[in-house]
Design a protein around this ligand. Structure first.
Ligand code: NAD
Length: 476
């Protein structure tokens, strides 16, 4: 079985210790991954440190051109990378482009787009103040070395979100992928190193401990983390000790609220994908749906029809729409939350019991009859299960949306956009979508409030977040 290697200063590097990566659709081992030592983490940071001044000093146009070459490399290797995403993460291959089933090919296509867009953005000098006596300009400087730690749900796309703006702004990067989905990311970084100077993007790999060594090392200047709230808090503490800033994209428990004038039939497909993209294993999935009594039955019915028609299986087979849950820990969590929902008065509309092995397959599941306070409503399920909750008046639904200590996304569904906007403005979330959910875009800032973290990614704000301002103040 192949052992996949880290990239350190442009060179392939293994470790004495390795672990197996598992295909969640079959339970089979698909390759071995190095467990980086603390010295290797330090070496990777040193390589990034050494490469950074020359990288930052390159003319902007050159850095942009190299990044466009990175996008070409991703494009050229898209079939190979998509296969790794499916084999390792589980999402089916699916189609390419925004209108297709959002599977592994969509993820790799997203990597290309989220490389091209930051490559084409500029951070011009801003004039803060000018009069007869002085001129004050704000310049944007890279931090230096960025430590990035990624989760397992969109392994390549989230790695790209962390790497690309960082290097566009003149930083260099050391990234640690999730131990559940390392190979695709190690291969992605190996491939883009074909066109980038050595040391600009480096990898380390292994369990959380390796991430802790990386994010707490005094040699780093900025942390980018996407993952769970509890890990986010540990990383925030580690960053605080070194006084370095962090961007924390943490979990959510997004509420979707249908207003009484919504059209369940017309909106069902948008709601469905908002909740079940990537088997619900997406930070900004709709994780609880609030529906007025008058629309309850038709909404449940429309979603049930969609849930029951989606083919689920090994995503390497063409035509699959849903794959397995990515790992045993998450699978057990989903099983446990559905069992607790049954005990807390929930009615299973469809799904509701494991499909049986091999692989971590769990059917798309809709649950009604629960109230706020039930575990399936209050805890982030991060899986293919959606509680649908009845509400009487809109104030009650807004209070429900806001009562938890997370605020990543939310959505409001209505045929009256103005009315929906009024509701949206009362919801505590980093993004409130109207008549869509989770529809991120490379030009639009994305981030959470409350327990969902701080800082934003994407667009100009995302690029600014990997730079620090320097004021040049000139006496006239
Ligand atoms: P996780 O926090 O368990 O792991 C994420 C990464 O952190 C892994 O690479 C892991 O090895 C590493 N890690 C673990 N302990 C660490 C430590 N002490 N120091 C440094 N690194 C450490 O999260 P996960 O289970 O991989 O991902 C699922 C969670 O991520 C969900 O809660 C989901 O909502 C969230 N998520 C958020 C976003 C977002 O943009 N807001 C996107 C995707 C996923």
């Amino acid at each position: 079985m192949n052992t996949y290697l880290n990239t350190l200063n442009g060179k392939a590097v293994g470790s004495d210790k390795t672990f197996e990566s598992i295909n969640p659709a079959t339970g089979e081992s698909i390759g071995r991954v190095p467990i980086s030592s603390q010295q290797q983490v330090k070496d990777a940071i040193a390589a990034a440190r050494a490469a950074q001044p020359a990288w930052a000093a390159r003319p902007d146009a050159e850095r942009k051109a190299l990044m466009m070459k990175v996008a070409e490399v991703i494009n050229k290797n898209s079939a190979y990378l998509a296969e790794w995403v499916t084999r390792e993460q589980g999402k089916p291959l699916g189609g390419v482009g925004p209108d297709q089933v959002p599977g592994a090919r969509f993820e790799v296509w997203g990597c290309e787009v989220w490389t091209q867009v930051p490559a084409s953005l500029d951070l011009p000098v801003e004039l803060a103040f000018e009069d007869d006596t002085r001129r004050d300009e704000v310049h944007r400087k890279p931090y230096g070395v960025v430590a990035a730690v990624a989760p397992w749900n969109w392994p390549l796309l989230i790695a790209i979100w962390q790497i690309i703006p960082s290097i566009r702004a003149g930083n260099t990067v050391v990234i640690k992928p999730s131990e559940y989905t390392s190979i695709g990311t190690l291969e992605l970084v190996r491939l883009i190193n074909e066109v980038l100077p050595a040391g600009v993007v480096n990898t380390v790999s292994g369990p959380g401990e390796v991430g802790a060594w990386l994010t707490s090392d005094p040699g780093i200047d900025k942390v980018m983390f996407t993952g769970s709230g509890p890990t986010g808090k540990k990383i925030a503490e580690a960053a605080a000790k070194n006084l370095v800033p962090a961007t924390l994209e943490l979990g959510g428990n997004d509420a979707a609220i249908m207003l009484p004038d919504a059209d369940p039939k017309a909106m069902a497909m948008g709601l469905f994908w908002g909740a079940f993209i990537n088997m619900g294993q997406t930070c900004a999935c709709a994780k609880r749906l609030y529906v007025p009594e008058s629309l309850f039955e038709p909404t449940v019915q429309a979603l049930k029809e969609l849930a029951e028609m989606m083919p689920m299986g090994d995503g390497l087979q063409e035509g699959m729409v849903m794959g397995p849950i990515q790992n045993k820990m998450q699978y057990d969590k989903v099983v446990n939350l559905v069992e607790s929902a049954k005990q807390q008065g929930g009615t299973i509309v469809c799904g509701g019991a494991p499909k049986g092995g091999p692989g971590y397959f769990y059917p798309l599941t809709l649950v009604t009859g629960l109230k706020d306070g039930a575990r399936l409503v209050d805890e982030e399920q991060f899986g293919p299960v959606l509680p649908i909750i009845k509400y009487r008046d809109i104030d009650e639904a807004i209070a429900s949306a806001n009562r938890l200590d997370v605020g990543l996304g939310a959505s409001v569904w209505s045929t009256d956009v103005e009315k929906a906007k009024q509701v949206a403005s009362r919801i505590q979330a980093g993004t409130v979508w109207i008549n869509q959910h989770g529809m991120i875009h490379p030009m639009v800032p994305f981030g959470g409030v409350k327990g969902s973290g701080y800082g934003v990614e994407f667009g100009l704000d995302g690029l600014k977040a990997v730079t620090q301002p320097q004021v040049i103040s000139i006496k006239k």
